[in-house]
Design a protein. Sequence first.
Length: 116
Amino acid sequence: MLEQKSVDSSTRRGPDRRLGLTAAEIAQLSGAVTRPTVATVAATARVPGHDIRRGISPENGRRMAAAISVGLLTERSARAIAEDPQAVIRASQELQALIWEIMRAQWEDVRQEAVA
């Protein structure tokens, strides 16, 4: 009787059925950069699963794509994240507050023009 050997999923041929995203897919979602750039940013920032094919969760992949598409996640910011993630969070919060102030001022200008 032949003994059936279990085959590790990484050695099987065929489509990869893991649920994560590849660097190429994240690059395509961002519409702004190439696969090697995404791979470098993910590795530099130490995004969980970056070193495994399809290892970056769909949620984190979408987050990366969104940040890359507007220029917030670059190789430079990835290095800052790796070196001092708390400092990056604080700076991001300050940037968010600044953006809200800019938007408030724009809304105020529009409101004043509508009244005039």
